[in-house]
Design a protein around this ligand. Structure first.
Ligand code: COA
Length: 185
């Protein structure tokens, strides 16, 4: 049973779900604790669909589930994944979580799911005593940059040719220590 492999973290706010034109019952964020072939296949297909050949395969995902943190967003009574976020702990600063992969299903992008997903994850990381989230983003990926900026990330570096010639990235960081206070305002 898929539910035994997933730890429920939180549900997306009802007022957010209610205001959308999608027919959704209850969307929840889960931490993947274990997996079977079907769940693994589901995650690999999701990544392939969004990132093409750059998506993570089983050889990347399994170590991330076992040794990093893999969060998914899905309806509680469905198996299809709506969002995926993969984190690793920074070796030099153990209070920093590095966001390695972050994606929302193409059909529902641009409606606020990414923002809601990341907010719930940030609260969970804060509970685990993380203080910072860092990531890199393609300098031309405007929707992602806009989302990251609005949620609290700040660009700390422009890294030319980060992933090879022409792959220029912003390195961004978000100090999540004041997150709850900000949300209450
Ligand atoms: C980047 C990505 C994860 C963002 O997820 P998303 O769900 O599309 O993002 P959101 O809808 O939460 O926010 C993006 C922007 O959409 C718009 N948006 C948000 N809520 C909206 C709504 N209810 N209606 C219409 N537009 C909305 C806004 O412009 C928003 O930015 P802002 O509200 O902060 O100004 C997603 O687009 C994706 O998977 N892209 C492909 C993979 C990728 O590039 N990943 C990032 C790698 S670093």
């Amino acid at each position: 049973m898929i539910e035994n492999m997933l730890e429920e973290i939180n549900r997306l706010p009802q007022k957010f779900i209610k205001n959308l034109d999608f027919n959704l019952s209850s969307c929840k964020v889960y931490l993947v604790q274990d997996f079977d072939l079907s769940l693994l296949d589901n995650m690999v297909s999701f990544g392939l669909n969004i990132f093409g050949e750059l998506g993570m395969n089983e050889w990347g995902l399994v170590p991330q589930i076992r040794h990093g943190s893999v969060y998914i967003l899905k309806e509680d009574d469905q198996t299809d994944i709506m969002g995926l976020a993969i984190f690793m702990r920074d070796w030099e600063n153990t209070e920093k979580a590095y966001l390695f992969d972050f994606a929302i299903d193409k059909e529902i992008q641009g409606h606020g799911f990414g923002r809601q997903f990341l907010k719930i994850i940030a609260e969970n990381l804060l509970e685990q005593d993380f203080k910072k989230i860092s990531l890199t983003v393609d300098v031309e990926n405007e929707p992602a940059i806009r989302l990251y900026r609005h949620i609290g990330f700040k660009p700390v570096e422009y890294s030319r040719n980060e992933y090879g010639k022409g792959h220029n990235r912003y390195i961004m960081e978000w100090d999540i220590t004041g997150f709850k206070e900000i949300e209450k305002r």
